[in-house]
Design a protein around this ligand. Structure first.
Ligand SMILES: [Zn+2]
Ligand SMILES: [Zn+2]
Length: 311
């Protein structure tokens, strides 16, 4: 047997092994994709890859989601007493949302988008490469735990940011006071923010998914979850189906807790969970739908009145 034919035979064996391996890999990937719960959702990207991979996609998704989520609540606020079934869930029922308040909040939201969100989006479009889109969806477990973990991290980061922007007079006066213009929150107050607060929240939300190397589907879902959490905190209604009513041990605050923060700004700094507020004694019990004071809130107010008298 000549050296040439040996090399050719070796080449053939190598090629057949490679072809086999590629086949096995493809088979594995197909069998993995068929067992992943989120694969049908992730497959919706097919045929739209250019748009989905564009750095503008997350901006488009979050901005359009924010406005679509807020608009029905604005309509409900404007209809007010014409929707008595909804009004009974209002946390501060005596406070009406007026057209001028809606105009004021939308005006700031609009300028924040034009002056800060739009240039950031253009910058991303120019300098950021397209998002790599893997074949496989994340596993359901990975999808859930990474979002919960990112939310827990954000919750702590914002607690610290929020606490310092209330405790340090300069920071409150020049930055966070903008958000506290309204003592009775309604949906557009969510992004009624000083640009620095808007940039901080945007930065923290974006970077938290980097720590966990999230799949793009997880990252975008987390972005939407963050919007839901922040909007829910400001709607001014407590619905029986609201998140804080599902979680045991008073783990989650929800709209009533943040409503109370706008009434008593030195309390309830944590945006989603309650543990840091309880641990550092900044927790204040809250009012329920219809402005009903819980026993915990009545006790809290009595204790604070007595403490003030004794000083
Ligand atoms: Zn707020
Ligand atoms: Zn605040």
């Amino acid at each position: 047997m000549s050296v040439d034919s040996l090399i050719i035979d070796f080449g053939k064996i190598l090629l057949s092994n490679v072809t086999e391996s590629v086949g096995v890999l493809a088979q594995n990937s197909t069998s993995k994709s068929s067992t992943r719960l989120l694969q049908p959702l992730w497959n919706l990207r097919l045929g739209r890859e250019d748009f989905i991979a564009s750095p503008l996609f997350p901006v488009f998704l979050s901005v359009s989601f924010y406005f679509s989520l807020c608009t029905p609540f604005m309509i409900a606020d404007l209809l007010g007493s014409k929707l008595p079934w909804m009004q009974k869930y209002k946390i501060q029922p005596e406070k009406e949302v007026t057209l001028s308040q809606i105009f004021d909040t939308l005006n700031l939201t609009f300028w924040n988008h034009v002056l800060y969100v739009l240039p950031a989006a253009v910058g991303q479009w120019v300098w950021t490469p397209p998002t790599p889109l893997p074949e496989l969806a994340p596993t359901f477990w990975e999808f859930v735990w990474q979002q919960v973990a990112a939310l827990v991290v954000f919750d702590f980061q914002y607690y610290v940011w929020h606490w310092s922007h209330h405790k340090v007079r300069f920071l409150y006066k020049h930055i966070h006071a903008v958000h506290h213009r309204y003592h009775s929150p309604f949906v557009w107050v969510t992004q009624y923010l000083h640009p620095w607060e808007l940039v901080t929240v945007g930065f923290l939300t974006t970077t938290n998914t980097w720590y966990f190397k999230c799949h793009p589907l997880t990252t975008w879902s987390y972005m939407l979850v963050s919007i839901i959490v922040s909007v829910e905190a400001h709607i001014g209604y407590e619905f029986p189906v609201a998140m804080h009513n599902w979680f045991p041990f008073g783990l989650v605050g929800g709209a009533p807790k943040h409503d109370m923060h706008h009434l008593k700004p030195m309390t309830n700094f944590q945006p989603f969970f309650n543990h840091w507020d309880k641990l550092f004694d900044t927790f204040c019990p809250f009012m329920k739908a219809g402005g009903i004071k819980t026993k915990a809130l009545i006790d809290y107010e009595r204790r604070h009145k007595e403490a003030k008298k004794n000083h």
